[in-house]
Write a protein that binds this ligand. Structure first.
Ligand code: GLC
Length: 747
């Protein structure tokens, strides 16, 4: 993009239009902390998918034109723009936070055809192919800059030195650290350097590229294959402020139903009602608390969505209600691909009404997924979403309580969908090239809206593919991981980074989806996932069975211990999700989120915080029974041994197979529930408070855990203070039936 010299500015409401010789740039002051830098190189009237409604609020800001430069000053941020689109963001004191990089991209010598052939002949692939992008911006990189967020990208917590792409991809192979893209596109990054913190959100749904200092140690860059340069600079004093502002923009995960946070069991390949029933019964028999045995694609009639395979799964609704009596809730998978099959109602209706995507010549586009030849609903149209939403009645009528959306990258077995297949975005017809990364978003939206409308309850929608902002509609899981230790290790940075990108409800397949798990791996996985907000063991057809009882008594006992622990801590997890609606902060947090000036936390990949008051250090290596744990400032109490340890140091902790080290921060109060086999088995009318230290404080949120009545004030908010051996309870809000008893356990 060529800009030239600044010619002048016009300001209207929150917008400053800057005329360059060759381009127009729009600076929009969204809030004092969020400044949008928009170069409409493609479309001026761009309507975002991630940001709904008008986020801009009236703000005081100054526009100063001086010596060919334009300065836009809000009370928190100063943006200076000069010729050739050189820009600098500083804080209100004038200290630089981020600036454009003035030089060109470093050129790498491309391999000759012959060399490339040689490299590929043994099966090697060039992961790093240099490419110029239609939209491209370089930023100055400082030696100590670190990067967090970016959704589900593989590898470590800190993304510095790695290059990623945003193109929702179905990857069944092992997700290694150099992988450019997985299932989700969340072009949001938190930048952190000495004395500054900021966020960047690039709102562009085309295939995009984020190189965080791999190509060069002097700059990092953002590029896209199409669309506008549409960047939101998000300031904040600390990382939590940046997350709060980012989720102000793109939305926050709504409070889920309490039961959805419990344990779920799944396997692709439970082929019949008998299989599902057997697993459910064994869950109860072995006393592993469990909310659902999920219905993977096997329950459908020939993989036709919104149908039921009566031959193998019995009469519609029968199995579901039988299991519901035992506390199991039905969660069914729904994929986007509709079987091309005349006479099948979904296909016929969609064809009649023109709901499926068409190729460039106007014919309904066909590719292959589970049902064989399939067609793809154009979820970017409201009418199509409404149709899809209404179809959920077929499932809810059978008693289905939650929906799991899969394959919505969209995945395809007969080659990728061509870029020119026609899909819509916000009812504007466009191509797959622009719509690919938001396909899962619109599908989740349709599912959420259908389930909310039909059931009146807070919908459980789980999605594999998504875009920034999908957190408003769906929980996520990290797709097809594998039963290998490196995948367990990745759980921590991946869930923490998803959490810092707005996705507070997330989990990985416990035990690993592909490949064969083993007893030790399974145990360490169910432990490490104890504080995941989506807690599910799931496995692929053809792999070793991996239900908790498959590996003998010892594994079963430890497994049970951690699922029970998960249930005991449910009120703490739920409290954090309540808080998250206000702050956007996740449940599982990397230590750097709360200790950002402590360099021991900068690259900490193998421990995490739960809220602010618990620290968890799972074992994620084979054969390890002791580990180094970093405890940040403050006093910490070992949950198992009750030992009090002063932080700001590394300690060595014992962790035999049945122990995952957990520490509670002194001065905190953690709410806990009693043991149940499932949420709803008995009324949670007793609360236990884990009080850490002689002098402690905590708050707690309580509601009916199901519907939207809390929005009308039907909830309780407690504030607890423990001092001089006594607990004081203050009701900050009272609008729901209170607990019968509140018990204190001192640690
Ligand atoms: C995909 C999903 C997986 C599911 C399978 C069959 O691979 O990621 O979770 O079990 O499809 O539906």
């Amino acid at each position: 993009m060529y800009f030239g010299k600044v010619l002048g500015t016009t300001t209207e409401d929150n917008q400053v239009l800057i005329k360059y010789e060759q381009q127009e740039v729009i600076v929009q002051v969204i809030t004092e902390e969020i400044v949008r830098l928009f170069v409409p190189c493609w479309m001026k009237e761009y309507e975002s998918v991630a940001i709904e409604g008008e986020p801009a609020v009236p703000c005081d800001f100054d526009v100063i034109e001086q010596q060919g430069q334009v300065q836009i000053k809000t009370p928190a941020v100063i943006l200076t723009l000069g010729d050739d689109f050189k820009f600098v963001f500083t804080d209100k004191y004038g200290d630089e936070i981020l600036s454009s990089y003035d030089g060109d991209r470093k050129k790498y010598e491309a391999l000759s055809e012959e060399d490339l052939g040689l490299v590929e002949s043994e099966g090697h692939q060039m992961a790093f192919m240099q490419k110029e992008h239609v939209v491209q911006q370089l930023f100055k990189l400082n030696s100590e800059d670190r990067f967090y967020g970016m959704g589900d990208k593989t590898g470590f917590l800190n993304k510095r030195g790695y290059a990623y792409q945003n193109w929702n991809s179905d990857i069944p192979q092992i997700h290694h650290e150099n992988m450019p893209a997985l299932y989700k596109s969340i072009p949001f990054v938190i930048g952190k350097g000495p004395g500054y913190t900021y966020g960047l959100f690039f709102d562009n749904t085309f295939h995009s590229y984020m190189d965080m200092g791999k190509e060069s140690s002097e700059y990092f860059f953002y590029g896209a294959d199409g669309g506008n340069f549409d960047m939101y600079f998000i300031s904040g004093e600390k990382i939590p402020d940046v997350i709060e502002h980012y989720t102000y923009l793109t939305g926050r995960a709504p409070l889920p139903q309490l039961w959805t946070l419990g344990y779920h069991q799944c396997r692709w390949g439970y082929d019949s009602a008998a299989d599902i029933r057997d697993v459910a019964m064994k869950m109860r028999q072995h006393q592993i608390p469990c909310e659902s045995v999920q219905y993977d694609i096997d329950y459908m009639d020939g993989y036709r969505v919104f149908t039921w395979n009566e031959e193998e799964y019995g009469k519609k609704g029968e199995l579901i209600s039988e299991l519901e009596e035992k506390g199991f809730k039905a969660i069914c998978i729904i994929d986007p691909g509709v079987k091309e099959d005349k006479g099948y109602f979904m296909y016929d209706q969609g064809i009649k009404n023109g709901y499926f995507a068409k190729d460039k010549d106007g014919n309904v586009y066909v590719n292959t997924v589970w049902p064989g030849k399939s067609v793809f609903p154009d979820f970017g149209r409201e009418e199509v979403r409404q149709w899809w939403a209404n179809n959920h009645l077929k499932l809810t009528d059978m008693g289905v309580k939650g929906i799991w959306n899969d394959m919505n990258e969209p995945a395809s077995f007969n080659g990728p969908l061509p870029n020119d297949v026609q899909f819509s975005i916000n009812d504007r017809l466009t191509t797959h090239e622009e719509a690919h990364n938001v396909y899962g978003h619109f599908m989740s939206m349709a599912t959420y809206e259908g389930m909310a409308e039909i059931t009146g309850k807070r919908p459980l929608v789980i999605t594999r593919a998504c875009y920034a902002g999908t957190q408003k509609y769906a929980a996520v899981w990290t797709g097809d991981n594998q039963s290998v230790w490196s995948h367990l290790q990745m759980l921590i940075p991946q869930i923490c980074n998803l959490g810092m990108s707005g996705f507070t409800i997330a989990g990985t397949d416990i035990g690993g989806f592909g490949g064969d798990t083993n007893p030790e791996l399974l145990v360490r996985w169910v432990q490490a996932a104890t504080f995941c907000t989506f807690y599910r063991n799931h496995c692929a057809k053809g792999q070793l069975m991996q239900e908790p009882w498959q590996f003998g008594e010892k594994v079963l006992d430890i497994y049970r211990k951690y699922v029970e622990l998960h249930y005991r801590f449910l009120p703490y997890i739920y409290d954090l999700l309540f808080e998250s609606q206000i702050t956007g902060l996740p449940v599982m947090r990397p230590l750097v989120l709360h200790y950002e000036d402590d360099e021991n936390t900068f690259n900490l990949n193998n421990e995490f915080l739960v809220g602010e008051n618990m620290l968890v250090a799972p074992i994620v290596e084979q054969g390890v029974t002791k580990r180094l744990v970093y405890l940040p400032a403050g006093n910490w109490i070992n949950y198992w041994t009750k030992e009090r340890i002063t932080g700001n140091k590394h300690i060595i902790v014992d962790a035999p197979l049945d122990i995952m080290p957990i520490f509670i921060k002194e001065g905190s109060i953690i709410p806990m529930y009693e043991d149940v086999q499932y949420v709803g088995e008995k009324k949670y009318d007793k609360l236990k408070l884990l009080v850490a230290g002689d002098c402690a404080w905590g708050s707690h949120y309580q509601d009916n855990g199901e519907d939207f009545e809390y929005m009308d004030g039907q909830y309780n908010l407690y504030s607890f203070t423990y001092e001089n051996g006594q607990l004081d309870t203050d009701m900050l809000h009272e609008g729901y039936e209170k607990y019968n008893s509140i018990e204190v356990e001192l640690i």
